[in-house]
Structures are given as structure tokens and as C-alpha cells.
Design a protein around this ligand. Structure first.
Ligand code: SAH
Ligand code: SF4
Ligand code: F3S
Length: 444
């Protein structure tokens, strides 16, 4: 391989969860700091970072089809193929295999090592094909450049990794053990995000409510301190695990006005035998008891969750328990997935793998039940007045799109700007959004 000229433009494409999106933003900032510019939409880029997700087979395989397409479509300005970096959880899980399977790939970097990208790019330009899937002791957060420009709603990763080892899940392998970032670093990063334009911060972690600092302070303490930042209007957190839902965090939903009334608390299934086989370490009853406690302190809280249908051995009757749970809870929005066997996880070799057509049917039934619940939740909001954080322009002239406190999409017409918090009356509800009327065009 001959030496390549240095990349002048980049594109980062993120495929995964919100933490993966956050990593993508940090990689983009790092590349910009190195003097490489973001490629304009639709134009060729000299360096393409595929920030991959390994959670389900479809997501993981997508990277290989993308590599083929990019090599063809996104050639460099001088006609040569772009440098391709594979980052994210597929990089962590498959490392060297990617290099063997996809000769067009120039470097592979895991989610804990991407602060080393500049050195890897230099190596790739010299003809090398570096692979870095270390989980180094030094943290990337100490090395990455400070946040500069963000939208009104920003992500902040506070916790990484997972110690729960649900039997279907790759995250403990791709992201490593649970670690919490230090309190003072997080407050400093939140302040910078607010200075850079954020009005809302969503605290992120694979198990965000497992966040603890060295003094044993829990997530509610961090939320309390962040709530004192004057121009920060809203705080959210995701994803939580039922076992880490402490009294202190529940009380924060009563005591901290800036903490939004929304809780994403995945249950995965509505049957105790299935939950046990999943190694979820909560039961249906203990999960429902948490929801009761949260609702007691914050009756209007919007609830959300994740579901897996067709876990190995799941019977029709066990699946029906999931439908019953959904109908009992009244979720505002949820994610639901067909079980996908992941290499190296215990569930992949369990007896009773469910045929695809049964999974399809179950997913369809579950999604119908979830959609009915979501529409009912939205319809119950009609007539309410609430603040909306304006995130972007709508499709129609003069229309704006934003989020209600309950994370519903709301569209309205009138005088507003991105980043405003406006007062809106909710007039009409669909399954995925609500129409609102601007009450007074307040520039907050
Ligand atoms: N830490 C979070 C979620 C992590 S992954 C939690 O425990 O809730 C996001 C979601 O992907 C999971 O909640 C689960 O519903 C889904 N998921 C994970 N592994 C999966 C698999 N092998 N097949 C299908 N869905 C899966
Ligand atoms: Fe995966 Fe379970 Fe950990 Fe969530 S708690 S990341 S589903 S192992
Ligand atoms: Fe996917 Fe990794 Fe997130 S596997 S869901 S990108 S933690």
C-alpha cells in the first residue's frame, strides 16, 4: 500500500443507541480539532467513520453492506477510495475479523479507544491498518476536546458499560464493566454544553441509574446540582435498569422541577419465567411496584420501555403475559424487538429458539397493543397546556417542532426560534405527534 494524502473532510455515521450517537459527536469534534472538516451533506468525504451497533444481527450486518456502498459512492475528491474507519460496538466485538472480511477498511477502533483516532489516521496514511479495541485505563474523556456547538437538546454520557449480563445481550462484552464518570467532570461538561447552546441535557448510560461517584452519591445528586445551572431548563436520563431505581432517584421526580416527567424503564417481557431465563433479576410484580412508587410521587409521569418478543422458549401463553402487562401499564412510547441470537451470549445456544414467522406475528401483536396505548396517552394530553422546547423547523412554512415535558413531539405555528421554550396548548393528538397552539410567542 502506498502512502495516502491526509484526509481533508470526514463524515461520521452513527447506527446505534444514544450513547453511540454521543460517541459519534465526540469523534466528529476530535476530527474537527485535527483540522479535518465535516463533508457537506451528499458530498464525498476523504474519511468515513462508521460508528456501528452490535445489538441485533441486522444492525451488525448493515456495516458490511455500507462499506461496499461507500467504497463505490463516496470516493475521495481525487478519485481514490475514502479512508474507512469502523468504530462502535461491532468494532469492539469483531476487531480483526472486520479487517479480514472487508479489505476496504483502513482502521478499526472500539468505543473506549476512539480518542486515539488521530494517531491511527496517521498510521493508515502510511499504509498500516491499525486495530485498537483496548479498554485502556486512561479515559477518553480526559483527552477529547471540549464541546463547542450543540443543539437545544444535548446528550451527556455519565455512565458506561454494564454488569448485568442479561442472557441475550452483547453490551457487557462490547462496552465492558460499569463505570461512572467523576462528578466534577460531568458538571463541567454540562456547563460547557449549556454555554454551547443546550437548554436540555439527557444524561446517558447503558445503566444510567447505576451512576455513583466515589463518595457514593447517586444520580439524583448529580441531577440536583445540574438543575442549579441557570440556563439549563430540562434534565432527562436514560436508560435505567429496574434494579437500580433507588428511592432517592424516585424522590427527585417529586423534588426537582427541571427533571422531566418521563421514565424509560425497560421490562423486556411480562412473564416471570422468561424474565428469569433472561437473567433480568426483577419480576413482573417488582417492576410494577417501582412504577407505582414513581407514579405516587409524580402522577403525570410518562412511562416508556423496551420489549423483546420470541426469547428462546417463550410460549404463546407467556407472550400473552407481555400483552397483559402492556395493557396494564399504559406506556407513552416504547421500543420493541424480535429476539436476535448474538454470538457468545448464553441465550444464543438455549433450546427452544423461536421460528421467524412466530416472532413476526408476536411483534405485530405487541406493536398494535403499544400503538393503542401510545395513542391513548397522547389523546389524554389534549387540552393540557405545557412548555415545548423548540428543536427544529417543521415541514410547512411557519411551523415548528419540539418536545413536550412528556417527550411527545409537538408541532405548532407562530413566532418562535430553535432553542425557545414556548407555552403551548395541546389541541389534537395522533399516534406519533400532537398539534399545539402557541399561547404567547415568548422568547425564553
Ligand atoms: N441497558 C438497557 C438497554 C440496552 S440495549 C436495558 O437493559 O434496558 C437496548 C434494547 O435492545 C434492550 O432493552 C433490549 O430490548 C434490546 N436488545 C438487546 N439485546 C437484544 C437481542 N439480542 N435481541 C433483540 N433485542 C435486544
Ligand atoms: Fe444489556 Fe441487560 Fe445490560 Fe441492558 S442491563 S445493557 S439489556 S445486559
Ligand atoms: Fe448498539 Fe453498542 Fe449501543 S451494541 S445499542 S451501539 S451500546
Amino acid at each position: 500500500m502506498t502512502a495516502l494524502s491526509p484526509p481533508r473532510t470526514y463524515r461520521v455515521k452513527s447506527f446505534g443507541c444514544q450513547m453511540n450517537v454521543y460517541d459519534g459527536e465526540r469523534m466528529a469534534e476530535l476530527l474537527s480539532q485535527q483540522g479535518i472538516s465535516p463533508a457537506p451533506d451528499g458530498e464525498a468525504a476523504d474519511l468515513v467513520v462508521l460508528n456501528t451497533c452490535h445489538i441485533r444481527e441486522r444492525a451488525a450486518e448493515k456495516v458490511y453492506s455500507d462499506i461496499g456502498r461507500i467504497t463505490k459512492e463516496w470516493g475521495r475528491n481525487d478519485g481514490t477510495a475514502p479512508l474507512i474507519a469502523v468504530a462502535g460496538c461491532v468494532a469492539q466485538a469483531e476487531g480483526e475479523e472486520i479487517m479480514k472480511r472487508a479489505p476496504a477498511v483502513s482502521m478499526v477502533v472500539g468505543p473506549q479507544a476512539y480518542h486515539r483516532l488521530p494517531g491511527m489516521i496517521a498510521e493508515a496514511m502510511g499504509g498500516g491498518r491499525p486495530v485498537d479495541t483496548d479498554m485502556p485505563a486512561e479515559t477518553k474523556f480526559d483527552v477529547l476536546p471540549a464541546r463547542r456547538k450543540v443543539g437545544p437538546s444535548a446528550f451527556l454520557t455519565v455512565q458506561e458499560g454494564c454488569d448485568k449480563f442479561c442472557t441475550y445481550c452483547v453490551v457487557p462484552y462490547t462496552r465492558g464493566a460499569e463505570i461512572s464518570r467523576p462528578f466534577s467532570d460531568l458538571v463541567a461538561e454540562a456547563e460547557r454544553l449549556v454555554d454551547a447552546g443546550a437548554r436540555e441535557i439527557t444524561l446517558l448510560g447503558q445503566n444510567v441509574n447505576a451512576w455513583r461517584d466515589a463518595d457514593g452519591r447517586g444520580l439524583e445528586k448529580l441531577i440536583e446540582v445540574l438543575a442549579a445551572i441557570p440556563s439549563l431548563a430540562r434534565i432527562r436520563y436514560t436508560t435505567s435498569h429496574p434494579n437500580d431505581m433507588t428511592d432517592g432517584l424516585i424522590a427527585a421526580h417529586r423534588d426537582i422541577g427541571k427533571l422531566m416527567p418521563f421514565l424509560h424503564l425497560p421490562v423486556q417481557a411480562g412473564n416471570d419465567r422468561v424474565l428469569k431465563a433472561m437473567n433480568r433479576s426483577h419480576s413482573v410484580a417488582s417492576y410494577l411496584a417501582i412504577l407505582d412508587r414513581v407514579r405516587a410521587v409524580r402522577p403525570d409521569i410518562a412511562l416508556s420501555g423496551d420489549f423483546i418478543v420470541g426469547f428462546p422458549g417463550e410460549t404463546d401463553a407467556e407472550f400473552e403475559d407481555t400483552i397483559r402487562l402492556v395493557e396494564a401499564v399504559g406506556y407513552s412510547q416504547c421500543f420493541s424487538f424480535k429476539y436476535s441470537a448474538r454470538p457468545g451470549t448464553p441465550a444464543a445456544t438455549m433450546d427452544g429458539q423461536i421460528p421467524p414467522e412466530v416472532m413476526d406475528e408476536r411483534l405485530q401483536r405487541l406493536q398494535t397493543a403499544l400503538n393503542i396505548g401510545q395513542l391513548a396517552f397522547n389523546q389524554a394530553s389534549v387540552g393540557k397546556r405545557c412548555t415545548v422546547l423548540v428543536e427544529r423547523k417543521g415541514k410547512l412554512p411557519g411551523q415548528w417542532l419540539g418536545k413536550s415535558p412528556w417527550l411527545q413531539s409537538v408541532h405548532f405555528f407562530g413566532e418562535a426560534a430553535i432553542g425557545d421554550l414556548v407555552e403551548v396548548e395541546l389541541l389534537d393528538a395522533g399516534g406519533n405527534s400532537l398539534a399545539g397552539q402557541l399561547l404567547h410567542p415568548a422568547h425564553a
